[in-house]
Design a protein around this ligand. Structure first.
Ligand SMILES: [Zn+2]
Length: 326
């Protein structure tokens, strides 16, 4: 049974409309989306963690419930499903499978049990706007998640996000200050890295991650809004900081072994740096670890998504469901 037939059959069994065009779980065949006793339910094929095939379920209820209580209650009724997340408005469940989709009948049964239990622990939304409580029964999709959101609140949310996006665009990028902060952090990082390595006669790779975080944060602090120049700056300064830290470590070692002045040792090291770095244990690896730290900062400062996309539900695939009953 392909996904479409399976969904159509499940639609018949549960009474939930089947929408081919809406993809709350990312599957191209769509999902069932409907209201059951005032609760919003979405159900359909999707992918679990690590791309495992799964049937996914979304149960939505009125705000202001204790998510822990709901989770505990639903745990007694989840059947072959597994709860993934539960917050004060939504619980998501998955049922993974390896060979062929689970029987639609058993999924419908699981849903029945879950809904019956949900009734005992969470209040239904009952077609009221989840933001302000105004009765406006038609469901909408907000970034593909079905919910009750009245037209007034939709307008307000869009405006708020537009304003936030505008604020963000207006943020200044101060590259010189970012460079100054970043270079200061990089030099401190080099000294700390080289000094610690020399004192303990070993390198601590996680220390390189800390340097990446430190340099990254310093650049971000100076630069304000992070753009591609800032990201490249963070990467280059981090790699440079760890590499120069290695150079300081080699120079300190040469200095104490050969009894030469630090500057002379450093000069000798820098001339042969690449050879030393590739030959040393963990030389290149330490730079890579530094870049992991830098990457964490780059990722955490990426541009936030200021998008609230509202869509009205389309037409359910009724013809399909009637053919599937044969
Ligand atoms: Zn509202």
């Amino acid at each position: 049974m392909n996904n479409k037939e399976w969904l159509a059959r499940l639609s018949n069994l549960t009474g939930l409309p089947y929408y081919e065009e809406h993809r709350p779980f990312g599957d191209k065949n769509g999902a069932l989306i409907g209201i059951h006793d005032g609760y919003i339910v979405a159900l359909g094929p999707g992918k679990a963690d690590r791309g495992h095939s799964a049937i996914k379920m979304l149960l939505r209820y009125a705000k202001g419930q204790d998510p822990k209580q709901i989770k505990e209650a639903l745990d007694t009724a989840k059947g072959k499903f597994k709860q993934v997340t539960a917050n004060e408005t939504t619980t998501t469940l998955v049922r993974t499978y390896s060979f062929g989709k689970p029987d639609a009948g058993s999924v419908a049964e699981d849903l029945q049990k879950l809904l019956a239990t949900l009734k005992t622990t969470a209040s239904p939304i009952n077609g009221k706007c989840e933001e302000c409580g105004r009765a406006e029964p038609p469901m909408v999709l907000l970034n593909d998640v079905p919910m009750h959101y009245c037209s007034g609140c939709q307008f307000q949310l869009s405006q708020k996000l537009d304003a936030a996006a505008l604020e963000y665009e207006k943020l200044e990028t101060n590259l010189p200050l970012g460079l100054i902060y970043g270079m200061g952090a990089a030099v401190l990082g080099s000294i700390a890295w080289g000094g610690v390595a020399y004192l303990f006669h070993r390198i601590f790779l996680w220390g390189a991650i800390i340097i990446g975080l430190f340099v990254g944060k310093a650049v971000v602090m100076g630069i304000g809004k992070v753009n591609w120049t800032a990201r490249v700056t963070i990467g280059v300064l981090t790699a440079g900081s760890v590499a120069f830290g290695d150079a300081i470590f080699y120079a300190l070692t040469v200095m104490s072994q050969e009894h030469v002045a630090l500057m002379a040792a450093l000069k000798a090291v820098l001339v042969n740096f690449w050879k030393l770095e590739t030959a040393a244990d963990g030389g290149i690896v330490s730079i890579l670890f530094g870049l992991i730290g830098a990457g964490i900062v780059m990722y955490s400062t990426r541009k936030p998504a200021f998008k609230a996309q509202f869509a009205t539900l389309g037409t359910p695939a009724t013809t399909l469901s009637s053919t599937a009953t044969k």
